[in-house]
Design a protein around this ligand. Structure first.
Ligand code: GLC
Length: 721
């Protein structure tokens, strides 16, 4: 039951000056200062555009220290920090806030704890392939245990931006292309981060992001425009954010992008009408980094002052690092352009989350003792390994190359097999590369007979000595995440050359992919007999990969994103509409001349070391819901876990509907030869959609149901609602 702090909030507000209220809305981070008289951002730009050399940049960085703006803090001009990741610094700053400011209002520390803190777990896109909300919650809980021990009160996560374009680098940060999965993933993370009592010292406020539809940036180009129908926005994007609000997330971060021409940062329809009025959200709304000031670039604000005015009137409570509020709001309030009531509401939202986090009662919720004991516990590593193994997707396994025999001698190739740092993936802010287990290290630890080479040097000799060759290829961690869109999502020439060289030896080749997005790998898929999708798996990457390669674990991961055959097919996703001329053999159908109609690997797909069959599909209805049941049989000789998926298609609706939409799934464990009946109950309310006039309409008439192990499931049922 959420406690009501309104009386304390109003009492405190009544004592605050306008400046102190504005100070609560200011989030800043430590800035780098040194023997350079420009900002760190400008220094970076000078290096990028060649105005200074890399050597000069490095020299200047050698003089850099962090400026925590203590004087502004003492003056009550800072309410929150971003980017503080250790308890000593957090407590030092907190002490100034509590003991040296007029009202002693504690600070709120926010940071990007996206997939673990020190115990880095698989990137969200990887972990989503486990199709296991209970796992997602458990890893969220460990992240909160470690991050709060380091002084962090709020994480800028979960990110639940539905992403259908593999060119967008931030596809790595969410749960893929499906809105149901993103919502379940996000809600599980909110529960894991926040626990059942936000005032506890190991509870971390969740800040869902990026609100809204950031994953729909045009052409997969980061920070680009988002323009879509309201029908599409509400059917394919908004439910994921709402699931996080319904799960109790206490903060929301509007997205950098516009929606149909109005940037989310100044979009009152989004922040007030939808978030607060319709969804009843009463938490904190914090901008993305520098986003308020960037409304000038968007062309929606004349200057910083205009941007500040629009943002706070639209419902943005806190300004992350643009200094728009701290520099412009006082004048806006004094002139009456911004009513003080609006300022009070924003300040109240900041005070509320601080009360809910227990910061007024105990501003020092951690110390170095707790921090040192919290990190990288054995059980945390074990959980990271479990999550990593469950995130791995077996894409190809011809002639049962996998699992490897226990005594198999392997030739291990590729820099990614030894590069520990790359295993963490994007946004691993608390990671220490030395904590990560590479494949190379895992081989040593398991006593596997292997030889290693970063490249084709000695490939012939090593291959002659090996039973199988394992090539670690894919993407560096910087090639996905923020500001990492790629126009070409194929493997690098170096990695393809490595594969060709290994294939030339005549020994079987297993490709292990480390990547943060779907890759267009038709050549690899055609040439090598086995492909393991290992994403960026975190601290236990090497052990998890070997667990699967040697069959200690039977892989069960299922793709939550479509793998296209070419970047030119992007955005490519399973829940597409049929069109009047669905792609097929005939020329005059919807397709490309130079690419296949079908994806390379479809949504929901993933192989196992055993096999499964589906049968006895039954589709019935009761007054409020669709009832679907199916039998799933493990037809192979190994125990395994299969994620049975249920898709629905409205065959004749008031607007064209996707050919399939995931409406339910269940991950079942099946012993070799075992059969289980899996049942799904899908409320009719989850089948609604919007008509031309944006009226919500029920799914009615002729409905098709598809059940199986991926979105191309052939087992079909029909029903008339
Ligand atoms: C970044 C990202 C956002 C992150 C924030 C704070 O620009 O867009 O996801 O939480 O800044 O680091």
């Amino acid at each position: 039951m959420k406690k009501d702090y309104e009386e304390q909030i109003q009492k405190l507000l009544a004592r605050m000056t306008v400046e102190e209220k504005i100070g609560q809305l200011q989030q800043c981070g430590p800035s780098l200062v040194g023997a350079f008289d420009v900002s760190f951002e400008e220094l970076l730009n000078m290096m990028f555009d060649g105005r200074i050399t890399q050597e000069e940049f490095n020299r200047l960085m050698g003089t850099a220290q962090q400026d925590f703006h203590e004087e502004d803090l003492r003056a009550g001009k800072i309410g929150s920090y971003n980017g503080i990741g250790d308890s000593a610094t957090a407590n030092r700053l907190q002490k100034i806030a509590v003991e040296e400011t007029r009202l002693g209002i504690p600070l709120l520390f926010g940071y990007d704890v996206i997939h673990g803190f020190r115990t880095v777990t698989p990137i969200p896109l990887a972990e989503s392939c486990a199709w296991e909300p209970e796992l997602w919650e458990r890893t969220g809980r460990v992240a909160a245990e470690e991050a709060t021990a380091a002084g962090i009160h709020m994480t800028f996560a979960p990110m639940v931006d539905v992403a259908k374009d593999a060119r967008w680098g931030r596809v790595s940060e969410g749960a893929g292309e499906d809105v149901l999965l993103n919502g379940l993933y996000g809600a599980a993370k909110v529960r894991g981060f926040q626990g059942d009592d936000l005032s506890r010292e190991n509870a971390m406020a969740a800040c869902l992001k990026h609100f809204a539809a950031y994953g729909a940036v045009e052409a997969g180009q980061d920070y680009n425009r988002v323009d879509m129908s309201m029908q599409r926005l509400w059917e394919e994007y908004m439910p994921a954010y709402k699931a996080c609000v319904d799960a109790g997330a206490r903060a929301v971060m509007p997205a950098f992008n516009d929606i149909n021409g109005v940037p989310c940062t100044v979009n009152s329809w989004l922040m007030r009408d939808v978030l607060r009025e319709r969804w009843g959200f009463d938490g904190l709304v914090i901008s993305d980094s520098n986003a308020i000031a960037e409304c000038v670039n968007h062309g929606i604000a004349e200057d910083k002052k205009d941007a500040a005015k629009q943002a706070i009137l639209a419902g943005m409570d806190m300004d992350m690092s643009s200094n728009s509020y701290i520099s412009c709001l006082k004048e806006l309030v004094e002139s009456g352009e911004v009513p003080e009531q609006i300022l009070d509401e924003a300040a109240a939202d900041v005070l509320r989350i601080k009360f809910e986090l227990g910061l007024f009662d105990d501003p020092y919720q951690t110390d170095e003792e707790r921090e040192s004991h919290a990190m990288l516990k054995e059980e945390s590593r074990a959980l990271a390994r479990e999550a990593a193994v469950k995130s791995i997707v077996l894409l190809k396994n011809e002639n049962k190359v996998l699992p490897l025999k226990a005594d198999a001698k392997i030739g291990l190739f590729g820099s990614l097999a030894s590069d520990k740092e790359q295993m963490t993936g994007a946004w691993a802010i608390g990671a220490k590369p030395e904590d990560c287990v590479s494949i190379l290290e895992a081989c040593r630890m398991r006593g596997i007979p292997f030889q290693y080479s970063e490249n084709l040097t000695d490939a012939e000799k090593i291959a002659a000595d090996s039973d199988v060759l394992v090539a670690a290829i894919g993407e560096m961690k910087e090639e996905s995440g923020e500001a990492a869109s790629r126009a070409d999502i194929t493997l690098s020439p170096e990695h393809m050359a490595l594969i060709e060289g290994l294939l030339a030896t005549g020994k079987p080749v297993v490709a292990v992919l480390f990547n943060g997005r779907p890759l267009a790998i038709p050549k690899l898929a055609q040439k090598v007999p086995a492909i393991v999708e290992a994403w960026h798996l975190g601290v236990e990457a090497g052990n998890a990969v070997l667990d699967v390669l040697y069959g200690d674990v039977n892989p069960s991961g299922k793709l939550t994103v479509t793998f296209p055959a070419a970047a030119g097919q992007c955005p490519m996703y399973y829940a597409h509409i049929n069109t009047g001329r669905p792609g097929g053999k005939s020329k005059f159908t919807s397709k490309y001349l130079d690419a296949p109609v079908e994806p390379l690997y479809p949504f929901g797909y993933g192989l196992s070391y055993t096999a499964y069959s589906y049968g006895d599909l039954e589709v019935k209805k009761e007054d409020e819901a669709l009832l679907v049941s199916v039998s799933v049989t493990n037809t192979g000789d190994r125990d395994g876990q299969e994620t049975a998926q249920c898709y629905v298609q409205d065959r004749a609706a008031k607007r064209v509907r996707p050919v399939r939409q995931l409406k339910a799934f269940e991950k079942v464990s099946l012993k070799a030869g075992e059969t289980k009946t899996v049942s799904f109950r899908i409320p009719f309310s989850e089948l609604c959609y919007y008509d031309w006039d944006m009226k919500e309409v029920p799914c009615e008439g002729f409905l098709k149901v598809y059940v199986g192990g991926d979105c191309q499931a052939a087992l079909t049922g029909e029903i008339c609602l």
